[in-house]
Write a protein that binds this ligand. Structure first.
Ligand SMILES: [Zn+2]
Length: 349
């Protein structure tokens, strides 16, 4: 982001004399589908599409955080073998959502898998007749315990792409059960379970280097690990804090006000750089900015609920205008309001 801004700035200054500006900007926009970038020292990020994971190299092996998916992990394994020639010894899950935790099987012959203890429950398939969660019951307008396609999209409801319903409805019976909604988030049994679960904090050492896993409460999920690299002064916050971007869409699966408390707890950790699971790295200031954003969002939506406003009125009036420059403001602001409403209404706040 910053790089692109600098390029545009240079282009503006040199517009007359530098005819290649357009092509420089086009190159910046066309990022490769996959890439590895050094963060600092022996710590690297790897990216496939819009997803970022991390790895730390030591003489005795490699820590990987978030295998991401089958294709990304297979490619990463090849790259690690080629570049470093030491095996992956630990795979750390930031959380159990399938778009970050899938694909780890390729490292299973050499690695120990580690994650927060709540992952164990989240990877369990609910019974076919399991009741909808409180928030999902808000979408179930006809109260039949199922989510029909007409209830799945729109103003309030499962926040999925227009073509998402047939993919989620794996038995093709025209409605989603609790188990099908679960499978859409947690991989439906395809994610390799951790070998080691921890509750509050865990330190892992390898080749003279240490990685710290911190559980600081609920946020975007209830099983989120902040991975701290003390020597590198870097933390990995994945989906729960993406610098300069609003929280994703309808805060799906998220928790308020716990998420705000979590952000303030993250800011207490000793680090300089935040690496998220999407977009670009940031700093502690980004953590605090997001905490204030979520506080303002929560307060505005709660006040509107207390005043008896409709959700439509909330979407029209809670504009969060201080944040218009953040990535995907247009895409996420409206869904953030709806998500906050759903969470606050279903948690009895
Ligand atoms: Zn997630």
């Amino acid at each position: 982001m910053l790089q692109r801004r600098i390029q545009i700035f240079i282009c503006l200054i040199l517009a007359v004399g530098l005819s290649s500006c357009g092509s420089v900007q086009m190159q910046a926009a066309a990022e490769p589908e996959r890439e590895i970038k050094n963060i600092t020292g022996d710590l690297y990020s790897f990216r496939q599409g819009r997803h970022l994971g991390l790895f730390l190299v030591t003489d005795e092996g490699i820590f990987v955080v978030d295998p991401t998916n089958h294709d990304a992990a297979g490619w990463l394994k090849e790259q690690l073998d080629e570049r470093f020639g030491v095996p992956v010894k630990y795979v750390i899950y930031s959380h159990s959502h399938n778009d970050h935790a899938s694909g780890g099987d390729v490292f299973a012959d050499t690695a120990t898998f580690v994650g927060h203890e709540n992952i164990e429950q989240n990877l369990q398939r609910p019974a076919d007749d399991a009741p909808l969660l409180a928030r999902e019951q808000l979408w179930d307008k006809n109260g039949d315990g199922r989510i029909q396609e007409s209830e799945a999209g729109g103003y309030i409801g499962l926040d999925i792409a227009p073509d998402g319903f047939p993919r989620y409805d794996t038995d093709q019976n025209g409605w989603l059960s609790r188990a099908e909604i679960w499978a859409s988030r947690f991989g439906g049994g395809t994610i390799r379970a951790p070998d080691i679960y921890y509750s509050d904090r865990l330190s892992l050492s390898l080749g003279g280097k240490t990685v710290e896993l911190h559980y600081l409460g609920e946020n975007h999920s209830d099983d989120m690990t902040v991975t701290l690299f003390p020597e590198e002064r870097v933390i990995h916050t994945v989906d729960s804090l993406i610098p300069n971007r609003l929280p994703w869409r309808s805060l799906d699966g998220g928790f308020l006000p716990e998420w705000i408390d979590w952000l303030y707890a993250v800011a207490e950790l000793d680090f300089d750089t935040v690496v998220p699971g999407h977009e670009s790295p940031g700093t502690k200031e980004d953590v605090l900015e997001q905490a204030v954003y979520l506080e303002e969002l929560r307060d505005a939506v709660q006040a509107a609920i207390d005043e008896g406003k409709t959700l439509e009125e909330m979407v029209d009036t809670i504009l969060m205008e201080d944040y218009v420059d953040m990535i995907e403001y247009d895409l996420s602001r409206e869904r953030n309001v709806i998500g906050a409403y759903e969470i606050l209404m279903s948690s009895g706040e």
